[in-house]
Write a protein that binds this ligand. Structure first.
Ligand code: CIR
Length: 270
């Protein structure tokens, strides 16, 4: 189960197309101020996939399914670490059937799978892997049994529960943005999250404070940071651009209306 010494170097990714039912039926914490523009969502997602293709040699694109309105958010049904994929038991009934699709996909790529069982619940969006240890959000989607299940599957790493405040997932507030660097939303929930992570961590990390809540979720992939665009979040984009690290930007205005961030649209495999 070892992932070797380069945890954020990936050779493959899995994504899924946006189904027609997303705009009306995808889950959401709040009704968005403006309706979802499905065509724009698809353009933004196509650009995201295009950026991924430039960073990862092999991108597997799965079809969407109208009976699974949230299926584009492939990060949630499966957590991959090394050659093992933990197939999550998701809290929302409307998302449960996504797991079988992702399980078949990761198995087709040769990964070993372990299926989470009752009473454990988990969304991959709550799982922050630093390359050294796991932090797992306790949220409306993930319970302590879920954290313990993950800890038993990836037993070579420490797994620590972090309470998620005012957000859907832990990774809405905190994501990796470099080796041992964690991008954190500079708001009360983000500051508390950093306090908890830094207090409970087995290793040392540097916080990268992100002024806009919607921009703290980034994909750190093969030495590059994929982040929300300057047009959407100029101050936050500036923070990423000032780092000594290649960056790429994508817009995500439409999927963010149903709480979709950047990490949630891909499963990354190394
Ligand atoms: C949901 O509520 O499940 C979806 N509308 C959004 C999931 C976003 N997932 C993620 O950030 N990992």
């Amino acid at each position: 189960m070892s992932i070797g010494s380069r945890p954020f170097h990936y050779t493959r990714a899995i994504v899924r197309h946006i189904p027609d039912t997303l705009a009306d039926n995808a889950l959401r914490m709040n009704e968005p101020a403006s309706p979802i523009d499905l065509e724009r969502a698809r353009q933004q997602h196509a650009n995201y996939v295009c950026q991924l293709r430039q960073l990862v040699p092999d991108v597997l694109v799965l079809p969407g399914d109208d009976s699974q309105p949230d299926c584009v958010f492939v990060e949630d049904p499966v957590v991959v670490c090394g050659n093992v994929a933990l197939v999550c038991r998701m809290a929302p009934e409307s998302r449960r059937s996504e797991a079988a699709v992702l399980k078949a996909a990761v198995e087709s790529l040769g990964l070993l799978t372990v299926e989470m069982t009752e009473p454990a619940l988990m969304d991959g969006g709550d799982v922050l892997f630093t390359g050294r240890e796991f932090f797992v959000g306790l949220s409306s989607r993930t319970n302590q049994d879920g954290v313990e299940f993950l800890a038993s599957v990836f037993s070579q790493y420490k797994a620590t529960s972090i309470r998620v405040l005012d957000s859907l997932h832990l990774k809405s507030l905190a994501t990796m943005a470099g080796d041992d660097v964690i991008a954190i939303a500079d708001n009360p929930a983000g500051r508390q999250t950093w306090k908890d992570i830094s207090h409970l961590a087995a290793f040392q990390y540097t916080p990268l404070w992100i002024p806009d809540f919607g921009a703290a979720n980034v994909v750190y992939i093969n030495g590059c940071i994929l982040h929300r665009s300057s047009r959407e979040f100029p101050a936050s984009a500036q923070v990423f651009k000032s780092l000594n690290c290649p960056t790429r930007e994508v817009e995500n205005s439409e999927l963010s209306k149903v709480d979709g961030a950047l990490t949630c649209c891909s499963v990354l495999i190394n």
